[in-house]
Ligand binder design. Structure first.
Ligand SMILES: [Mn+2]
Length: 342
């Protein structure tokens, strides 16, 4: 039986700042972060473009590509692989009003060029997937953009990327809000509908984050099922969320264990591990966590995931079938709860 492979991004080891207070932990150097991966049982690194090439805004395309090749050697030495590269448009002044959907034509041009640099970086790192989290591609007031035109602009960007490189794939990571009030492409249904409007639908899929689906009022496991049925679940950002509030990125299973069980169950039903794709854990340590123990959210999320895999695999199938046959879903519910309580 295939084993699950796990990944996270350098941003998941962080200083603990929030909108109301300063950092509470020292910065961990990128090279030191890379040394933590294997120790915690992770093999894959998720990158923003400027995680991989920090100074890219001041570099030529050739220099960016070369820097990515150099980084690949560092990853090789650590026994790690790059999973994807994502354009981080939301921290640049040119991305203040979104990138691909900015009202300013120069800003849109900048964003589209940066997406192509991401392709170059992915090449250098030996991976063929970009992730589009469309952070500021939305509005604070609806009257500030033409939403119909915005969707066309997003499709146009995807077409530029798909044309730029015949092997590159794009996984859209939907989210309904934050930082913008409303964001375009709020669910994986939107993402996969857009895929079919591009020049190569087979190269556009989805990445589903637990918290993002919950913020859209949807069940993450059903969002995953929708993408899995189409062969379009290309990565996940598993975490957890305590109700409808800011994107919390809590440890997987820590707020809604039953919901976590169902996400693992749907991945098992689809034999996701056999695809070789990663289980990304997009979790953040609590602000209160001391620096010397600020990695536990990652190892704990992985452990909870693997324990839930065991729970899914050991749930008595005969009990499930009997309950379904008898349409006795109350009995099924109690059986699941008893199984989870162990
Ligand atoms: Mn999140």
């Amino acid at each position: 039986m295939a084993e699950y492979r796990f990944s996270f991004g350098p941003w998941n080891i962080h200083e603990g700042a929030d909108p109301f207070g300063p950092t509470v932990r020292p910065t961990v150097a990128f090279a030191d972060k890379l040394k933590i991966y294997k120790k915690l049982g992770f093999d894959g690194v998720q990158f923003h473009d400027d995680d991989a090439v920090p100074n890219l805004e001041n570099m030529t395309p050739d220099a960016i590509a070369k820097a990515a090749v150099e980084l690949k050697k560092v990853l090789d030495d650590e026994g790690l692989v790059a999973e994807f590269v994502a354009p981080r448009l939301w921290e640049n002044p040119k991305g203040i009003d979104g990138g691909f959907t900015a009202n300013c034509p120069d800003c849109r041009k900048w964003a589209n060029e940066r997406a192509k640099r991401c392709v170059d970086i992915a090449h250098g790192l030996g991976c063929n997937m970009l992730v589009f989290w469309l952070a500021r591609e939305g509005t604070y007031i609806r009257e500030s953009k033409n939403a119909i035109e915005a969707y066309r602009q997003i499709i146009d960007t995807m077409n530029q990327v798909l044309s730029y490189d015949s092997k590159i794939t794009i996984a859209v990571e939907p989210k309904p809000n934050e930082p913008a009030d409303h964001t375009y492409v709020p669910t994986v249904g939107h993402a996969l509908a857009i895929a079919h409007r591009t020049i190569d639908p087979s190269r556009v899929g989805g990445l589903i984050e637990t918290a993002h689906a919950q913020l859209a009022g949807l069940d993450p496991s059903d969002e995953m099922a929708f993408a899995l049925e189409q062969g379009k679940l290309w990565s996940v950002h598993l975490n957890d969320q305590n109700g409808l509030k800011f994107d919390q990125d809590k440890t997987f299973g820590s707020a809604n264990l039953r919901g976590a069980y169902n996400q693992v169950r749907v991945l098992e039903l689809a034999n996701y591990a056999e695809t070789g794709r990663f289980i990304g854990l997009d979790v953040k340590a609590m602000r209160t966590q001391k620096a010397e123990v600020a990695e536990k959210h990652l190892s704990n999320s992985r452990e909870i995931f693997l324990r839930l895999v065991e729970k899914v695999r050991t749930f008595p199938k005969d009990v499930e079938q009997q309950c379904v046959r008898n349409r006795d879903y109350e009995a099924l519910e109690l059986a699941i709860i008893n199984h989870l309580l162990g």
